[in-house]
Design a protein. Structure first.
Length: 337
């Protein structure tokens, strides 16, 4: 049998090859792939395209041994349903995956003992940092770990910590501006429990920004439920039958308001415009008509939190609270068909 020549093994791409193709130094290529350093977005993108073209796969074990890092980050949450933590997680992973970092999700289920167990485990695993989040916006006590930490959605009670939150009052003000632009002049507000920070902040934003357009006398605080929206509608119309807009502190409440108005023969939005808050698709799309709502932009909040965590891991920490804007999403409940 004739001797066959051995087939040469496919050459494995090296960081040196990526740097050469991208036209940068090896150090710059490493920073771009690890999402560190002060590089322009164009440079990072050029390096990543070169890495994709060459099929370059970072040696995470080698990186870990060389740097003393594990290239893993934890997301610690109290939001078991995932309604708020899932979009935040997507934003976090948008940033971390670009630098080939893995994300560990830890659900504490609002149990302090469970949280402490996770924290001990994460420190033992030597994760590079932790993003702390939850389903409520009340400031929470800081966690005590020897690691970089960023608090997302709910700020730390220690103002020196790094926190990223949503500007609730700006979101409420955008609703009032929208209604004012549509010619609405008699506005009411229905929201959740008075002791919830999000309910209080959203209510304050509506009342302060509406001024004389706030015609209901007082905010109606209750539950985060459709049932409360229905009950509040009856209460409002008994005392203020000439209302032409009802703003709500959540989409659940707003859907209940719309249902009750329809039962009472009041057209939405011809007679009364209705707005929600959170832009939760389960509610906004199922409502009749679909709800105008304030989007918290939680994926962007996750991205910002992850970038701040990466900066802290790299030694550049930002102190204090970063407040991000919301985005109003107009739909038929104010615009009509």
């Amino acid at each position: 049998m004739a001797n066959r020549k051995p087939v040469p093994a496919k050459q494995v791409a090296r960081i040196l090859d990526v740097a050469a193709l991208a036209g940068v130094s090896v150090g710059t290529a490493s920073k771009a792939l690890n999402n560190t350093g002060q590089l322009s977005p164009a440079t990072r993108e050029r390096v990543r395209r070169a890495a994709d073209q060459l099929g370059f796969t970072p040696d995470t074990r080698g990186r870990a041994l060389q740097s003393g890092r594990t290239y893993t980050v934890a997301l610690l949450t109290t939001d078991s349903s995932g309604r708020f933590s899932n979009p935040i997680m997507r934003g976090v992973e948008d940033v971390l995956s670009a630098g080939e970092l893995a994300t560990i999700l830890c659900d504490t289920r609002d149990d302090p003992l469970r949280e402490q167990h996770y924290l001990r485990s994460l420190v033992a695993r030597r994760v590079d940092g932790i993003v702390v989040t939850g389903r409520r916006t009340e400031p929470r006590p800081p966690i005590d770990v020897p690691l970089p930490v960023v608090y997302a959605l709910a700020a730390s009670t220690d103002r020196a910590d790094t926190s990223v939150i949503v500007d609730e009052q700006q979101g409420a003000a955008s609703v009032v501006d929208h209604l004012r632009g549509l010619g609405r002049t008699r506005i009411a507000h229905v929201t959740g429990p008075v002791h919830h920070r999000s309910a209080a902040e959203r209510a304050s934003g509506v009342v302060d920004h509406a001024g004389t357009l706030f015609a209901a006398g007082e905010v109606l605080f209750g539950d985060w439920s459709e049932q409360w929206g229905r009950q509040a509608t009856d209460q409002l119309l008994r005392s203020h039958p000439d209302l032409d807009a009802i703003t709500c502190g959540s989409d659940q409440i707003a859907r209940g308001v719309c249902d009750r108005l329809r039962e009472l023969g009041r057209s939405v939005p011809t007679d009364i415009a209705v707005t929600g808050y959170d832009n939760w698709p389960v509610m906004t799309q199922a409502s009749r008509p679909p709800l105008t709502s304030v989007d918290l932009q939680l994926e962007e909040l996750g991205r910002q939190s992850a970038q701040l965590l990466l900066d802290a891991i790299a030694g550049t920490r930002r102190y204090g609270t970063l407040e991000l804007p919301t985005r109003l999403v107009p739909r038929e409940s104010t615009l009509g068909t």
